[in-house]
Design a protein around this ligand. Structure first.
Ligand code: SF4
Ligand code: SF4
Length: 100
């Protein structure tokens, strides 16, 4: 599944997606199995990669929470919410977002 907009905002303008720290990754494949949105897949060396970053659900951190070696991280939620608010203001979109 791939959403092109999120609450009317082009998804590609929202910089929210996981990044893998390969120094910590133990290639357990849990993130690939866990994300039902298909953000991850494998590269030619069977290493997990964030193939479809914009499939990531905005503000979800599920894979980060289940990664056994702390190899996945996301941007700051607060900074992302600020970015979303700015875009929404520009586009005159109204919706509620939590504080941090
Ligand atoms: S869950 Fe973490 S350690 Fe396992 S493959 Fe994914 S990034 Fe690597
Ligand atoms: S944060 Fe959630 S939606 Fe995004 S890649 Fe991880 S499990 Fe998938």
């Amino acid at each position: 599944m791939s959403e092109e907009t999120w609450h009317g905002i082009p998804r590609s303008k929202i910089p929210w997606y996981p990044t893998i720290d390969y120094k910590k990754c133990v290639s357990c494949e849990k993130c690939v199995d866990y994300c039902k949105l298909g953000a991850f897949s494998f590269d030619e060396n069977k290493r997990p990669v964030v193939k479809k970053p914009y499939n990531c659900v905005v503000l979800c951190k599920g894979c980060q929470d289940i990664c056994p070696s702390g190899a996945i991280f996301h941007p700051s939620r607060k900074k992302t919410v600020d970015i979303i608010r700015k875009i929404a203001k520009k586009q005159r979109i109204k919706f509620l977002l939590g504080g941090n």
